[in-house]
Ligand binder design. Structure first.
Ligand code: TXE
Length: 480
């Protein structure tokens, strides 16, 4: 059985404790590799390597840092098929999705921040003939980057690229559920000539390795993407240590469809915003509100289209939904279908595990599920399910739908479908979320602030927001 390795001080190494944990292929429900069961000893070795590398890396001219990260990006692009297959095998997502989205976006993340650092400037403030102020933005040191299993390399690179580009060094922890492409990236880092200790990847469990990174006194910055519960746990540790903290957490995003929408576009995009990546994207629109005038027409068309989706082997071209990421997650998602029925919901399609034939017979597959008839404030409509399960509800007025849309503890992303631009501006202004898409979904300009409000997190990633997070400003005031 293949054992993947940690990447510490420029080398691929075994965990100090020589212990390993199973890594599953969700599409067949079986172990296919082993990952280091690292602990705080490994985190300490990684942190020492990152500390030793920081002076030279932070003083490396930005053009040289940029060249190395762009080399890494091109190596990812040159290994697209190998990385996409690895991602699909590790996560269960369709290979076509990994090829089209996950891996190209990981390369784009490195390119975006490598070029961005060349244009990042700071400010000066002149006090007439009295003084001049200039603000420097300095890299901070060793940054802890902890990422989740839903978009493994995409979100892993979204954190480490800006941290490295601006001159920090990194101790990173990918999810133990989907570690494989981070391991493949380690090999490319060596090939790209990334100096040793600049990036260190420590594999293992969250409560061991993630917690060790969070509480390490020599890691002053923590960037986390994952669940809200874990985010709160990290904040409890990092807060009293006065660490800089970025939390990208869960969501329960409203998809608001007015009766003056472009019906076919709203329907087509809602298929993606409901079920892409098996609904395992924090930005998915899991609560669908349809204005009464078109509610039944939209609901029936949406159910009919959903019934035609193919749940299957992620490696088959025709597959629309692959496997969900783990057996515990499958059971969690299915438990919400049971809860929905207990809360008075009606399952219009799906709501069950899909048993495939052949090699995939033990895989973890869920039918795309649509539920109607629930109150907007029941648990099913308030809690993040994070699977291919959406609810659909009618509404009459803007005031009513805004109250329902804003009723959860989350505030990450909203989608609005209307051809009345004044209404679009008016509704967007009143939605409690960090991101609002109008007549589209998941259309991303990497320069924009990315993140949510309330229980969806703290801070923003994206564009120069990421450089602001991964640097400390210093104001110097010179008397003239
Ligand atoms: O995330 P976790 P999980 C949501 C989704 C999902 C829930 C839990 O609802 O069902 O979160 O998913 C590491 N200290 N999202 O369990 O636990 C862990 O090892 C430090 C939304 O995967 O948050 C992994 O590397 N680190 C999210 C990372 O945190 C800890 C995407 C995420 O794991 C830790 C994924 C600890 N105590 C899930 N415990 C999004 N916003 O996109 C765990 N970790």
């Amino acid at each position: 059985m293949e054992k993947i390795k940690n990447y510490i001080n420029g080398e691929l190494v075994e965990p100090v404790g020589k212990e390993y944990i199973d890594n599953f292929n969700p599409s067949i429900g079986a172990v296919y590799s082993l990952i280091p069961d690292s602990d705080e000893q490994d985190v300490d070795l990684a942190t020492k390597a990152a500390q030793a590398a920081f002076p030279a890396w932070s003083k490396t001219p930005k053009e040289k840092r940029a060249r190395i990260l762009q080399k890494l990006a091109s190596l990812i692009e040159n290994n697209l098929d190998r990385f996409a297959e690895a991602e699909s095998r590790d996560n269960g997502k369709p290979l076509s999705l990994a090829k089209r989205v996950d891996i190209p976006r990981a390369a784009a993340n490195f390119n975006f921040y490598a070029t961005g650092v060349l244009h990042y400037a700071s400010e000066a403030h002149q006090m007439e003939d009295t003084a001049i102020n200039y603000t420097t933005r300095e890299p901070i040191g060793v940054c802890g980057c902890i990422s989740p299993w839903n978009l493994p390399l995409y979100l892993f690179s979204w954190k480490i690229a800006p941290a490295l580009a601006i001159g920090n060094t990194v101790v990173a922890k990918p999810s133990e559920v989907t570690p494989y492409t981070a391991y493949l990236l380690s090999e490319l880092c060596i090939e790209a000539g990334l100096p040793k200790g600049v990036l260190n990847i420590v594999h293992g469990l969250g409560h061991k390795v993630g917690a060790a990174i969070t509480k390490h006194t020599d890691i002053p910055v923590i960037s986390f993407t994952g669940g809200t519960v874990t985010g709160a746990e990290i904040a409890r540790t990092a807060g009293p240590m006065f660490k800089k903290l970025s939390l990208e957490l869960g969501g329960k995003n409203p998809n608001i469809i007015f009766d003056d929408c472009d019906f076919e576009k709203a329907l087509g995009t809602t298929m993606h915003s409901s079920f892409a990546n098996q609904g395992q994207i924090c930005l998915c629109g899991s609560r669908i509100f349809v204005q009464r005038g078109i509610y039944e027409k939209f609901r029936d068309a949406f159910v009919a289209k959903t019934k035609k989706l193919t749940v299957g082997n992620p490696f088959d071209e025709g597959t629309n939904l692959g496997a969900v990421v783990s057996q515990p997650h499958m059971e969690k998602v299915l438990s919400y279908v049971t809860l929905a029925q207990e809360e008075g919901g009606t399952v219009l399609t799906g709501g069950h595990q899909v048993k495939l034939e052949g090699e995939q017979e033990n895989g973890w597959y869920i039918a795309p599920t649509i539920i109607e008839g629930l109150a907007f404030d029941c648990r099913t409509n308030q809690e993040e399910i994070f699977g291919p399960v959406v609810t659909i509800m009618p509404f009459d007025t803007i005031e009513e739908v805004l109250a329902m849309a804003n009723s959860t503890k989350y505030g990450l992303a909203s989608t609005v479908w209307t051809q009345d631009i004044t209404k679009a501006h008016n509704v967007a202004a009143q939605l409690h979320s960090g991101i609002v898409w109008v007549n589209t979904w998941l259309l991303r300009d990497l320069r924009t602030p990315f993140g949510g409000v309330k229980a969806s997190g703290v801070g923003r990633e994206g564009g120069f927001n990421a450089f602001e997070f991964f640097t400390e400003p210093k104001n110097v005031c010179i008397k003239l």
